[in-house]
Design a protein around this ligand. Structure first.
Ligand code: SF4
Length: 174
């Protein structure tokens, strides 16, 4: 979308309030997102308030989010509690990347056969608070949209962001 086509309410007026979160994953979509900021930061900062974005900020909040973008699968009860809290504070949730959308590849441990597991893998599973199965996001919370890909498809992410900018009337429909 061309910046010239934006009919944005800038300055002190409303921005889309966004949170970005990572659970069990390699965080490659977070890296890709920060790469996208190289090209889009000047444009997006007039339209988006990044209220939770730990990769770039030390002060973060999950309160009253318009959209939560969530990367990664859910692999423990603690994570399930955290992501439920995010859901309860967000009007919309978008699953980011294959691990969030489909579980895999993070959920590959669901296919492990105990007798073939290495000592190290067994040790990790016995000594950390993992749940029995790794779950995709919508196995735990309601998901409104998905941006698939490993890492996420960047064009699909931008399309999703633009969808919500229009939905919240931050920009006009072209
Ligand atoms: S979807 Fe791929 S890139 Fe994204 S967290 Fe999972 S393994 Fe990493």
């Amino acid at each position: 979308m061309d910046a010239a086509n934006i009919s944005a309410q800038t300055g002190d007026t409303k921005k889309l309030v966004v949170g970005w979160f990572s659970f069990t994953c390699s965080e490659d979509s977070t890296i890709l997102f920060t790469e996208l900021l190289n090209d889009h930061f000047a444009e997006w900062k007039t339209l988006v308030e990044f209220r939770h974005l730990k990769a770039l900020k030390t002060k973060n909040s999950i309160e009253n989010l318009d959209v939560a973008f969530i990367e990664g699968a859910i692999s423990s009860e603690k994570q399930a509690t955290e992501v439920t809290k995010i859901r309860n504070n967000s009007k919309y949730v978008v699953a980011i990347g294959a691990c969030a959308c489909n579980g895999l590849p993070s959920a590959s441990r669901n296919m492990f056969v105990p007798e073939n597991m290495s000592f190290k893998t067994k040790w990790y599973l016995e000594n950390f608070d993992y749940s029995a199965k790794v779950k995709k996001l919508e196995d735990v919370i309601k998901v409104d949209d998905k941006v698939d890909g490993c890492p996420m498809n960047a064009e699909a992410f931008k399309a999703a962001l633009w969808k919500y900018l229009k939905l919240f009337k931050i920009v006009e429909n072209a």
